[in-house]
Design a protein around this ligand. Structure first.
Ligand code: AMP
Length: 383
C-alpha cells in the first residue's frame, strides 16, 4: 500500500474509473499539470481514453483487472458514481480511492442519499420509499398529485423516473418499474434549479464556485449560467448546505449539490453527484481553477486553487440531436469570438447523448446566456 500522508506530485499516475467526458476533462487538466492518466472502462477509444496515457478495457466486476489497474497507479478516482462497491474496494487494496467508496455507496442510491441527508437535518425534497402498491398509495395520499416516482438505484438525467399526475397512473407506473426499489417524491413547482459545485481537500479545506443556475430540457441539463440570479441570502444558504454535505460525507474531491429553489424561497436538495458536474463545465474557461483541476488537486493532497470567476459565463450542452441533419456547422458557432467549443470525441451521435458543450463569457450573465444560445443556434441553421 502507498504512503497516504505524502502529496501525490506531478509525474505520478492517476487512475480514473470510467471513461466519459468528465474523465476526459479531468485527464486534460491532469496532463496539463504533468501527471499521467490511466483509465478503466469496458470500452475503447473513449472520451477519456483518447487523452489518457493508458486505456484499460475490462468489465467493472473483473476484480483481477481492477486490482492490477490500481496497482499501477498512485491514486484512484472515478468519473461516474455508479462504480460497484466491490470495484472500489478491490481498487482500495492497492491505492487510495478518492472520494472514498463510502461516498459512492450513499450517492448511487437515491433512497440512501435522501435518508442520509434527512438524518443530518439537511433539506431534501419530501420523499418516501416505495416497495409495494400500499407504500405508493400512502405516499400519494401524503404528497398529492403530481408526484414523481424514481428508481432508487442507477438513475440519471431523468432515466427511471415517471410523473404520476392522477390516481389511475399509479399502478401502471409501478408495474413499469418491475421489482426495483423505488422512491416517491413530491413534485416541486420550483422557481429555478441551482447547483453548488464544491471541493474539499485532504486537510478539510473547502472551496466552491458560488451558485450556478441551471435550465433542464426533457430532464437533461440544457443551460447553466454563473453567477445565479438569486439573492445573497439564498446564495449563502446554498453554499452553507453544500459545505455541510461535503463535511458530513468527509469528501476528498469535488461534489455537486443540485437544488430546487421553491417559489417561496426554500432550498431543497434534489440530488448529489460525488464528482465534477455538467453544471460546473463553465469553470474550465471562466474560472481561475476548473472543477477538474480542483478534483486533481484534492485527490493528490495538494492545496486547492482559487475558484474565482473571471467573467460571467454560460454553458450550453450539445446533444446528439444536433447531428440529425449532418455534422453541425462549427465555424458558424466559432464566429462568436467569446465562445469556446468543447467536443468529447464521441464517435456516435445519438439523441439525448452529451456530445460536447459551448461556453460563453460576457459582461453580464444575460449576455453570456444569449451569446451561447445564439452560437448553438448557428450550428444548425434553419433554411
Ligand atoms: P433527476 O434525475 O432526479 O436529477 O431529475 C432530472 C430533472 O427532472 C431535474 O433536474 C428536474 O428538472 C426534474 N425533476 C426531478 N425530480 C423532480 C421533482 N420532485 N419535482 C419537480 N421536478 C423534478
Amino acid at each position: 500500500m502507498k504512503d497516504l500522508t505524502r502529496p501525490i506530485l506531478p509525474g505520478s499516475v492517476i487512475g480514473v474509473l470510467g471513461s466519459g467526458q468528465l474523465g476526459r476533462m479531468f485527464a486534460i487538466a491532469a496532463r496539463r499539470m504533468g501527471y499521467r492518466v490511466h483509465t478503466f472502462s469496458p470500452e475503447t477509444d473513449t472520451p477519456t481514453g483518447q487523452i489518457a496515457d493508458v486505456e484499460i478495457r475490462a468489465q467493472y466486476d473483473d476484480l483481477r483487472a481492477v486490482r492490477s489497474f490500481a496497482a499501477a497507479v498512485d491514486v484512484v478516482t472515478f468519473e461516474f458514481e455508479n462504480v460497484l462497491s466491490e470495484t472500489a474496494q478491490a481498487a482500495a487494496e492497492f491505492a487510495p480511492v478518492r472520494p472514498g467508496g463510502h461516498i459512492l455507496h450513499v450517492t448511487q442510491h437515491r433512497l440512501r442519499e435522501k435518508t442520509f441527508l434527512a438524518s443530518k437535518g439537511l433539506p431534501v425534497t419530501p420523499f418516501c420509499p416505495v416497495r409495494s402498491d400500499v407504500d405508493l398509495e400512502a405516499g400519494l395520499a401524503r404528497f398529492g398529485y403530481p408526484a414523481v416516482l424514481k428508481t432508487a438505484g442507477f438513475g440519471y438525467d431523468g432515466k427511471g423516473q415517471t410523473r404520476i399526475n392522477a390516481p389511475e397512473e399509479a399502478a401502471p407506473a409501478l408495474a413499469a418499474a418491475g421489482s426495483q426499489e423505488m422512491v416517491l417524491e413530491s413534485f416541486v413547482d420550483f422557481a429555478c434549479e441551482l447547483s453548488v459545485v464544491a471541493a474539499r481537500g485532504i486537510d478539510g479545506d473547502f472551496a466552491h464556485w458560488g451558485v450556478i443556475e441551471n435550465v433542464h430540457r426533457h430532464h437533461i441539463l440544457d443551460l447553466s449560467i454563473a453567477p445565479a440570479r438569486i439573492s445573497p441570502a439564498v446564495r449563502d444558504e446554498a453554499i452553507a448546505i453544500a459545505r455541510a454535505v461535503l463535511e458530513q460525507l468527509e469528501v476528498v474531491g469535488v461534489l455537486c449539490v443540485e437544488f430546487f429553489l421553491t417559489r417561496d424561497g426554500r432550498l431543497l436538495i434534489n440530488e448529489l453527484a460525488p464528482r465534477p458536474h455538467n453544471s460546473g463545465h463553465l469553470t474550465f474557461d471562466a474560472c481561475v481553477t476548473s472543477q477538474f483541476e480542483q478534483q486533481l488537486r484534492a485527490v493528490c493532497g495538494l492545496p486547492l486553487g482559487s475558484t474565482a470567476l473571471l467573467r460571467p459565463a454560460a454553458m450550453a450542452n450539445l446533444l446528439g440531436d444536433l447531428w440529425r441533419d449532418g455534422s453541425p456547422d462549427w465555424s458558424a458557432a466559432l464566429r462568436y469570438d467569446q465562445v469556446k467549443l468543447h467536443l468529447y470525441g464521441k464517435l456516435e451521435p445519438k439523441a439525448g447523448r452529451k456530445m460536447g458543450h459551448l461556453t460563453a463569457m460576457a459582461p453580464t450573465v444575460e449576455e453570456a446566456a444569449s451569446l451561447v444560445r445564439q452560437a448553438r443556434q448557428a450550428l444548425t441553421p434553419t433554411p
